[in-house]
Design a protein around this ligand. Structure first.
Ligand code: ITT
Length: 195
C-alpha cells in the first residue's frame, strides 16, 4: 500500500520509513509542492488530523492513504510545556537546535538540572472513507547538558526510563523499540492492514 506522509520533518520521515517496511512510504513533498499547514488546534490529535486532512485534499486523489504525526515533549517542572508548541518553542521560524537551547535555559532558570518528561505522538490516518487517530508515549527525563547527535529535536537532552544515555547517544534501534512514534505507529499499522 502507498502511504503518503503529511510531514515536512525529515527526522519523522526517516523514523516512519524505518518502522513501516511493509508499506510504500512517500513524503507528500515528493508528489506536490510543500505548503504551509496551520496547526491551530489545542491537542496533538486534532493537529495531526488537520495535517492529514490538508494533505489528503491537496493531493486530489481519492485512493490515497495519508498519515500525519503531531508530536512533542512535555516537561514536568514546566507544567507540561512545550507540549503541542514543541516545534516553535523558541518562536516561529526557529530550528531544532534553538528549541532545544530554549528548553535547556527554561530548566536552568528554574534552578534544576533535570526533570521528568515525556514525548507524545498522535498519528492520524485519513482516506476518502474514514479518519482515525492513535497515540503513543515515551517517558523519561530531560537534562540540561545535551549529549549525542542521533535522533532529532530534543533527543540529545532526553533520557528514556531505564537508561543512562540520551536518545542522542543511544542507537536508533533502541529508539525504534521505545518511542512514542513507534508505539503509535504499531497501532496505526493495525488499522492500515484492514484497508
Ligand atoms: P510536521 O508538522 O511537518 O510534521 P513539525 O516538526 O512541525 O513537522 P510537530 O508540529 O509535530 O512537527 O512538532 C514536533 C516537534 O516535537 C518536533 O519539531 C521536535 O522538536 C519535537 N519532537 C517530536 N518527536 C520527537 C522525537 O522523536 N525526538 C525529538 N524531538 C521530537
Amino acid at each position: 500500500m502507498k502511504l503518503v506522509l503529511a510531514t515536512s520533518n525529515k527526522g519523522k520521515v526517516r523514523e516512519i520509513k524505518a518502522l513501516c517496511h511493509d508499506f510504500e512510504v512517500i513524503p507528500y513533498s515528493d508528489l506536490i509542492e510543500e505548503f504551509e499547514i496551520v496547526e491551530d488546534a489545542d491537542t496533538f490529535k486534532e493537529n495531526a488530523l488537520i495535517k492529514a486532512r490538508s494533505v489528503f485534499h491537496a493531493l486530489q486523489d481519492p485512493d490515497v492513504v495519508v498519515l500525519a504525526d503531531d508530536s512533542g515533549i512535555s516537561v514536568d517542572v514546566l507544567g507540561g510545556a512545550p507540549g503541542i508548541y514543541s516545534a516553535r518553542y523558541a518562536g516561529a521560524g526557529t530550528n531544532d537546535k534553538q528549541n532545544l537551547q530554549k528548553l535547556v535555559e527554561a530548566l536552568k532558570a528554574l534552578g534544576v538540572s533535570e526533570s521528568g518528561a515525556h514525548y507524545t505522538a498522535a498519528i492520524a490516518i485519513v482516506t476518502k472513507d474514514f479518519e482515525q487517530s492513535v497515540h503513543g508515549w515515551m517517558y523519561g527525563k530531560v537534562i540540561t547538558e545535551p549529549r549525542g547527535e542521533k535522533g532529532f529535536g530534543y533527543d540529545p537532552m532526553f533520557i528514556p526510563e531505564g537508561f543512562s544515555q540520551t536518545l542522542g547517544e543511544l542507537d536508533d534501534e533502541i529508539k525504534k523499540k521505545l518511542s512514542h512514534r513507534s508505539k503509535a505507529l504499531s497501532l496505526a499499522k493495525t488499522i492500515l492492514r484492514t484497508l
